[in-house]
Ligand binder design. Structure first.
Ligand code: CP3
Length: 354
C-alpha cells in the first residue's frame, strides 16, 4: 500500500468505530456537485465521465467542498455507474435525465453480454483518483470510497435509467428469479473486489449506496437485497477489518434490525426514519448516520439551525455521524450547506456540555 500523510482529523473514523468523541462528525452525501459554482466551472469544460475518469479532475472536485466547509470527510468523486460500465454496459449521462443505458438488460439472455472485468484495468482510474486525492488532502480529513449496491445497480441495468417504480427490474425478480440472482452475484463479485481495491488505493471508509432498496418489500429485500449486501461487507471486512463500512439502504424501515446484524459498522438513515426508533431497533450494534431531509436546506438559516439541533437531539451525542438523509440537490444554496455543517459543530459540542 502507498504511504500517505498522517491524518489530522480522525473524528469520522473514531465515531464510525464506536468511540466517543467531543463533537459529532459531519459530511454530506453528494457534497461535491452542481450546487457548487466551482464544480459547475469545471463541468463547463469537461463532461461528467471525463471528470470521473481523469484523476487530477476527480481529486480537485472531491476536495472542493472540503476547502469551502469544515467537513470531517471527503467522498471520492465518481459514480455508482462505473460498475455497470466495467461489466460491459454502455452508460451515458444525459443532462436533466441522469444515467441512461442505450441497451439495458431486456431478457436473461442479455446476461451473455456482460464481461468478467479485470478490475484494475476497468476501474484503475478510480484507484488512481483515490491515491491522488489522499495525497492532496494532506491528512485534513479521511477519504471515503463507495459503490452502488447490487440491487440498485441491477435496477438501473434492467430499467435502462432512472424511473419512479423500476417496474421492469422488479418484474425480473418474479419472472426470472434465477437470472436475477445470477446478475446480482456477478455485480456482488465486482463490487466486493472493487471496494477492496479502493482501500488499497487509499480509501479510509467505504459506503455502499442501496438507493433503491426501498422499492423492495420485506421478502424481496431479504432474498434479493440483503444477502448480497451482507456478502460484500463480509468480504471487504475479511480483507480490511479496520476500515469502517457504511450501508445506506434508503427507505428500508423493515430491514434495520437485519442490517444491524451484518458486518456494516454504520447504518445511514434517510429522513423518513426517526433516529430514536432506529436507535431502539439497532441498539449498540451499529453507529447511525444521517438524516436531515435535504429539503430542510431550503429553509431560512434560523429554521435550518433548529432542524439540525432537533436532529442531533434525536440521535444523541454518541455513535452518530451527521449527514443528510439523501444527497445535496443541484439548486441548494452553498451557504445553507455551510449553515448545516456549522450548526452540527456548534450544537453537538453544546450537547456534550449540558
Ligand atoms: O459528492 C459525492 O457524493 C460523490 C459523488 C457521487 C456522485 N454520484 C456524483 C454525481 C456519488 C456518491 C454518487 C452516487 C450515486 N450516483 C448514487 C447513489 C446516491 C444517491 O444519490 O442515491 C446514484 C443513484 C447515482 C446515479 C446517478 N448519477 C444519478 C441518478 C445521477 C443524475 C442525478 C443528478 O444528480 O443529476 C448521476 C449523475 C451525477 N453523479 C452527478 C454527480 C455530481 C451530476 C452529473 C453532472 O455533473 O451533470
Amino acid at each position: 500500500m502507498p504511504t500517505f500523510p498522517p491524518l489530522k482529523n480522525d473524528l469520522l473514523l473514531r465515531t464510525a468505530r464506536g468511540e466517543t468523541t467531543d463533537r459529532t462528525p459531519v459530511w454530506m452525501m453528494r457534497q461535491a456537485g452542481r450546487y457548487l459554482p466551482e464544480y459547475r466551472a469545471i463541468r463547463e469544460d469537461h463532461d461528467f465521465f471525463e471528470v470521473v475518469e481523469t484523476p487530477e479532475l476527480a481529486a480537485e472536485v472531491t476536495i472542493q467542498p472540503v476547502e469551502r466547509f469544515p467537513l470531517d470527510g471527503a467522498i471520492i468523486f465518481s459514480d455508482i455507474m462505473v460498475v455497470p460500465e466495467a461489466l460491459g454496459l454502455t452508460v451515458e449521462m444525459v443532462s436533466g435525465q441522469g444515467p441512461t443505458f442505450p441497451q439495458p438488460l431486456a431478457t436473461p439472455d442479455d446476461l451473455d453480454r456482460l464481461v468478467d472485468p479485470n478490475i484494475d484495468a476497468a476501474l484503475g482510474h478510480v484507484f488512481d483518483a483515490l491515491t491522488r486525492t489522499r495525497h492532496e488532502l494532506e491528512g485534513r480529513v479521511p477519504l471515503i470510497g463507495f459503490a452502488g449496491a447490487p440491487w440498485t445497480l441491477m435496477a438501473y441495468m434492467v430499467e435502462g435509467g432512472g424511473s419512479k417504480s423500476y417496474r421492469h427490474a422488479r418484474a425480473w425478480l418474479y419472472r426470472h428469479p434465477e437470472a436475477s440472482k445470477a446478475l446480482l452475484r456477478r455485480i456482488t463479485d465486482v463490487v466486493a473486489e472493487y471496494l477492496i481495491g479502493q482501500v488499497e488505493a487509499g480509501a479510509q471508509m467505504l459506503q455502499v449506496f442501496d438507493s433503491w432498496a426501498g422499492l423492495l418489500g420485506p421478502e424481496t429485500f431479504r432474498t434479493f437485497g440483503l444477502p448480497y449486501l451482507e456478502e460484500i461487507a463480509e468480504r471487504v471486512s475479511a480483507a480490511h477489518p479496520d476500515v469502517p463500512l457504511v450501508v445506506f439502504a434508503k427507505n428500508v424501515h423493515h430491514g434495520l434490525e437485519a442490517l444491524a446484524a451484518t458486518e456494516y459498522d454504520v447504518i445511514s438513515l434517510d429522513w423518513t426514519m426517526a433516529p430514536e426508533a432506529a436507535r431502539h431497533t439497532v441498539g449498540d450494534r451499529a453507529v447511525l448516520q444521517g438524516n436531515l431531509d435535504p429539503c430542510a436546506l431550503y429553509a431560512a438559516p434560523e429554521a435550518l439551525r433548529r432542524e439540525v439541533q432537533h436532529m442531533l437531539a434525536g440521535f444523541g451525542p454518541h455513535r452518530h455521524i451527521a449527514n443528510l438523509g439523501h444527497g445535496m440537490l443541484p439548486d441548494h444554496d452553498p451557504e445553507h450547506a455551510r449553515v448545516f455543517v456549522e450548526a452540527v459543530h456548534e450544537h453537538s459540542r453544546h450537547m456534550r456540555t449540558v
